[in-house]
Design a protein around this ligand. Structure first.
Ligand code: PEP
Ligand code: MN
Length: 379
């Protein structure tokens, strides 16, 4: 199946200052000062092509900061005047669309929660009829490709041809190192359905923390995504929303400096294409292995605490024998070298023991003298 969208290529409607395309700005516009100072620093990096800011914030629970509202549009305009950066905001209702258009916002985006609701998307699409403005559609909160496609179709049917998608990850029931699971395959499927559709990656909302952003951003570029949307705040530690995942403009500049822009070396040569393809597969698996190791260690930590609280030894030889036997047999069935497998498992197990030892000792330090005194009384 191919998706029949009537769209214009990204470079015909967006002036990319510096490859890769970076859309950046605070999660939320908070104050005029915060928005303007962030915008100036971002513009000065020379790496940013569009200034983003949330004006109306969709929040999971009432009572949280729900966006500064219309006044923020005036600040955005000031930021544009002063820096020359085009602006982008999230719209979730027809009223948002009208206000953003009236204020001269350059690009609109549909947020993940809105994409999940066809009524909302249709309302936005209807408000866009007869308007010529670029619109970016974030993937829905849940991993449902049809909802994402449906939202793109609704906006496109309203006559919007300057269209793009934003991959911001998917909420998942399983605990993971990410705030939103990337599920790259869904973005790849969308690209396969509509090769001309630009897909911009949003590592900030995928990661939920600053530390992981470089890996996800680089991976998105390696997967040929057309750009990145990265949240940036003048002082992330005091941000009113998404504080953990925002980066300073300086950190953003450093991040952008380090990207490797990998172009397929020689498109004509079958050999190099195949090699690049195989490497991408390897990268994907390696990232998955690292992610899984991170998840394994998080469980190890829990086990460590549990053993500590129940006064059980760290090492239980029977359990270790069982792990070795079962995993080795599995590895053998997969044609993996036995020596390699054992060394790998020993390394992982060694690290688990180290981690648990740390936890046991931390526990001792916390309980301190009281715990020792208790043992003495028992003895
Ligand atoms: C945002 O971009 O600040 C935002 C609310 O994102 P999402 O819709 O992806 O959750
Ligand atoms: Mn945010």
């Amino acid at each position: 199946m191919k998706l029949n969208l009537n769209i214009q290529p990204l470079n015909s409607w967006l002036n990319v200052k510096n490859e890769p395309l970076i859309i950046s700005g605070p999660c939320s516009a908070e104050t005029e000062e915060q928005l303007l100072s962030t915008a100036h620093l971002l513009a000065a990096t020379g790496k940013v092509s569009v200034l983003r800011a949330g004006i109306w914030k969709p929040r999971t629970r009432p009572g949280e900061f729900e966006g500064i509202g219309s006044i923020g549009l005036e600040w955005l305009n000031k930021a544009k005047e002063q820096t020359g950066l085009p602006t982008a905001v999230e719209v979730a209702t027809a009223k948002h669309v009208e206000e953003a258009l009236a204020a001269g916002v350059d690009i609109l985006w549909v947020g993940a929660r809105s994409t999940a609701n066809p009524f909302t998307v249709q309302e936005i699409a209807d408000a866009l009829k007869g308007v010529d403005i670029p619109v970016l559609v974030k993937n829905p909160v849940n991993p449902d490709l049809s909802l994402w496609v449906g939202a793109l179709e609704r906006i496109n049917n309203a006559g919007i041809t300057k269209l793009g998608a934003i991959h911001r990850g998917f909420s998942s029931f399983e605990k993971s190192s990410f705030r939103n699971e990337p599920m790259w395959e869904l973005a790849i499927q969308l690209k396969t359905l509509c090769p001309g559709l630009p897909i911009i990656n949003d590592p900030s909302h995928i990661c939920g923390n600053r530390e992981l952003i470089p890996y996800i951003a680089q991976k998105a570029l390696d997967l040929d995504m057309q750009g990145l949307m990265i949240e940036s705040h003048i002082d992330p530690s005091v941000a009113w929303t998404d504080a953990k995942q925002q980066v300073t403009p300086a950190a953003l500049a450093e991040l952008a400096e380090r990207f490797s822009l990998r172009k397929p070396e020689s498109k004509n040569e079958e050999f190099t294409d195949k090699l690049a393809d195989l490497r991408k597969q390897i990268d994907k698996i390696d990232d998955l292995m690292i992610q899984k190791l991170g998840e394994r260690m998080a469980i190890v930590e829990k086990i460590g605490q549990y053993k500590r609280d129940n006064n059980v030894t760290i090492l239980q030889v029977n359990r270790w024998d069982e792990i070795m036997q079962k995993r080795s047999a599995f590895a053998k069935a997969l044609n993996l070298d036995l020596n390699f497998t054992e060394r790998f498992l020993e390394l992982v197990h060694g690290e688990s023991i180290r981690k648990q030892t740390e936890i046991m000792n931390a526990g001792k330090a916390e309980k301190g003298i009281a715990a020792e005194a208790h043992t003495e009384v028992k003895a």
